[in-house]
Write a protein that binds this ligand. Structure first.
Ligand code: FES
Length: 389
């Protein structure tokens, strides 16, 4: 089998191949011939999905179904598919890599986020229900995002996954982004529309393919069982791939990420007063203890659960001065953290900053609304900061 085996069709022949018989060919001509054939075949790929090259790939077990799934889409759909697939895959992995996502008492804790998102959301009941099983909810969301992202990139069940993408984005719009004003500052509404556009594009392609398949099967009576088996196999592989990616992300070492959280992580409030601390003057205030005053240094803050079960923050402004606010950012419902260097409450989502010394008035960012205040008092008899009754 020499190089003549490459010359399968007349159009594959390069002019330099036409040499008088018996003459030796220089090496660069041989290379040029091979490159010419590769070019011809590459052009063939874009013209037809059923050409000899694809049959060749299928015979050797190459992922022929993934490549045609990209080839039969227009460029606008490919751009959407790449962006949505990569972003959802990344979003799912990032949740599993975040050391705080499943850790109660941290700003990114899924339980606190669900409770915060429930405030004023039209799907409040669903969110409060999900907040009862926060870890399971977080896990389901992360794995679903990985599955949708990976499956979209691989072209598995495109309609079902695009519809799931729409559903996830609409849910996030009704919860995480529901308070964002104007709406276009929240990304979830944009994702919902992008997934919908992608879904409609896929429906169009499927309809066209179904029409042409029906025409072909009318002519040749082609069975579809093999195709269904392939779809099942690909769905199974997607499941295995999703679990593999989720497993790797969940098991990835997270210490470095935790250390880089910076000042926004709030320590949890502890209501008990440390032993040996001096007793304050006996002025009794009845209420629910939040934290021991001595456990918070002046200029520091602790997180606690507010009277309506919302995440809240207690800041010690002076020797005998404390203030408390809801941590739910009035802009879009993210949870603010405390920057002890700037002595400001800072929202990680769009950069709003609130000054606790000035009734949490915003000093920067996209909102003009202060953080909701929470009434607290110092029980001088016990040295506790309490929520007065
Ligand atoms: S949610 Fe946008 S600044 Fe806080």
């Amino acid at each position: 089998m020499g190089e003549a085996a490459f010359v399968l069709h007349h159009q594959d022949a390069h002019p330099s191949m036409v040499l008088p018989p018996g003459l030796p060919r220089p090496w660069f001509e041989r290379v040029s011939n091979v490159l010419h054939i590769v070019r011809q075949r590459t052009r063939g790929h874009t013209r037809s999905m059923s050409g000899p090259s694809f049959r060749w790939m299928a015979r050797r077990g190459r992922p022929a179904a993934v490549i045609p799934s990209w080839q039969r889409q227009s460029w606008p759909l490919r751009v959407l598919r790449t962006f949505l697939g990569v972003t959802f895959l990344y979003a799912g992995v990032q949740k599993l890599l975040d050391p705080n996502f499943f850790h109660a008492g941290t700003p990114d804790y899924i339980g606190s986020q669900l409770t915060a998102f429930a405030t004023g959301s039209p799907i409040r009941g669903v969110l409060l229900l999900a907040a009862k099983v926060p870890v399971l909810t977080g896990l389901v969301v992360a794995v679903a995002e990985i599955c949708v992202g990976l499956g979209t990139l691989l072209g598995v069940a495109p309609l079902a996954l695009a519809a799931t993408g729409v559903a996830i984005s609409v849910t996030l719009f009704l919860s995480a982004s529901f308070h964002v004003h104007p709406y276009f500052l929240g990304s979830d509404s944009i994702y919902a529309v992008a997934w919908l556009a992608y879904l409609l594009g896929c429906v169009e392609i499927e309809q066209r393919a179904a029409r042409s398949a029906a025409a072909t099967s009318r002519k040749r009576n082609v069975p579809v069982y093999g195709q269904q088996r392939r779809e099942l196999l690909r769905a199974g592989l997607l499941g295995v791939g999703t679990l593999f990616v989720a497993g790797v992300a969940a098991g990835w070492p997270k210490k470095a990420a935790q250390a880089s959280r910076g000042p926004s992580t709030l320590p949890s409030a502890s209501p008990s007063r440390p032993k040996g601390s001096p007793s304050p003057s006996p002025t009794k205030v009845t209420g629910t203890p939040v934290a021991s005053l001595d456990s918070i240094a002046v200029g520091q803050a602790v997180g606690f659960t507010g009277p309506g079960s919302e995440p809240a923050v207690l800041v010690r402004l002076g020797q005998n001065k404390v203030v408390a606010f809801s941590r739910v950012c009035p802009h879009a419902g993210c949870l603010v953290g405390y920057d002890s260097t700037a002595e400001l409450l800072v929202c990680p989502c769009h950069g709003a900053e609130f000054d606790p010394a000035k009734d949490a008035e915003p000093v920067a960012g996209p909102t003009a609304t202060p953080l909701p205040p929470i009434a607290v008092a110092i029980d001088k008899a016990t040295g506790e900061v309490v929520l007065p009754q």
